[in-house]
Design a protein around this ligand. Structure first.
Ligand code: AMP
Length: 277
């Protein structure tokens, strides 16, 4: 596996690969099976797969979250090697933002106004900045993103569409622990007790899906689940909402594809998840 640290190394390699199909998986490291599934998808579907590991300060709206973000670079390299990844790009800040490649911005007014948007001001703008630079450097044919970050997938969809990048976005299913907790780099920050309790998040999503399939309205389900969450004092609810899975607009009729999205704090750690209903 090639380990690339500078934008120049990356561009030199990329410019020698004109006739290869290129897959790209952006990550912030502290890799787990969820990340590796994206990488495996890319390896199967492309001639050459790039993974990036970069903890992007611009997408952290909370300084403490950035400082506490787990960093396990040696282990990450071992994991990527074990599944035959072709190349990993591990840049310092300046290699991304001072390498002479301009970032793009898009109109995120709607996506910034719902769910994660108001809860994490500036987060998606930071995501767009880093992803647009990485897209320009790596010039992938396909880019792999996890549906665990459902709203992020919508942001990247809009970025690709608005900027007409010749890139196909491949959304990949959420990988879960045995008890249903969505894998996340932040899970390691949970105490053993909180880690056990965290399985409730998936249970609430499953309950929402059951209620939806029994014919309950969106408003009824949101009320039931929110009351349920509030009974568990370990959890602080950030939001629980059911929205249209295509564009995250509100649900007005039963014909719309629905997705339930949740964000809670547990043990001071913010966890998000979602489930198609
Ligand atoms: P991150 O390192 O958290 O920025 O995540 C990098 C990519 O991995 C993003 O596209 C995430 O949506 C995706 N990802 C993170 N956790 C999971 C998971 N449990 N299942 C599938 N994809 C995931």
């Amino acid at each position: 596996m090639l380990i690339l640290k500078t934008a120049k190394e990356l561009l030199d390699l990329r410019n020698s690969q004109k006739n290869k199909s290129i897959g790209f998986v952006p990550t912030m490291g502290a890799l787990h099976q969820g990340h590796l599934e994206l990488v495996k998808h890319s390896i199967v579907e492309n001639d050459f797969t790039y993974v990036s590991i970069f903890v992007n300060p611009l997408q952290f709206n909370n300084k403490e979250d950035l400082e506490k973000y787990p960093r396990t670079i040696e282990k990450d390299i071992g994991l990527l090697e074990s599944i035959d990844t072709d190349a990993v790009f591990i840049p310092e800040y300046a290699e991304v933002y001072n390498a002479g490649i301009s970032y793009d911005t898009i109109d995120l007014s709607y996506l910034n106004s719902i769910l994660e948007g108001p809860k994490r001001p500036g987060h998606f703008d930071g995501v767009v900045k880093v992803v647009s630079i990485l897209f320009k450097l790596i010039q992938p044919d396909k880019a792999y993103f996890g549906l665990k970050d459902f709203q992020q997938v919508k942001v990247i969809e809009k970025l690709i569409k608005d900027k007409q990048y010749p890139i196909r976005l491949v959304p990949c299913p959420t990988v879960r622990e045995v008890d249903g907790l969505a894998m996340s780099s932040r899970n390691v920050r949970l105490s053993p007790d909180a880690r056990k309790k965290a399985a409730m998040i998936y249970q609430w999503l499953l309950k929402a899906r059951d209620l939806y399939q029994q014919g309950c309205t969106v408003k009824e389900i949101e009320k039931i689940i929110i009351e349920d969450i509030q009974k568990h004092s370990d959890f602080q609810l950030d939001y629980f909402e059911i929205r249209d899975a295509n564009d995250l607009s509100p649900i007005h009729n039963a014909q719309q594809p629905a997705v339930a999205l949740i964000a809670v704090y547990l043990d001071g750690v913010r966890l998000i998840d979602n489930l198609m209903l």
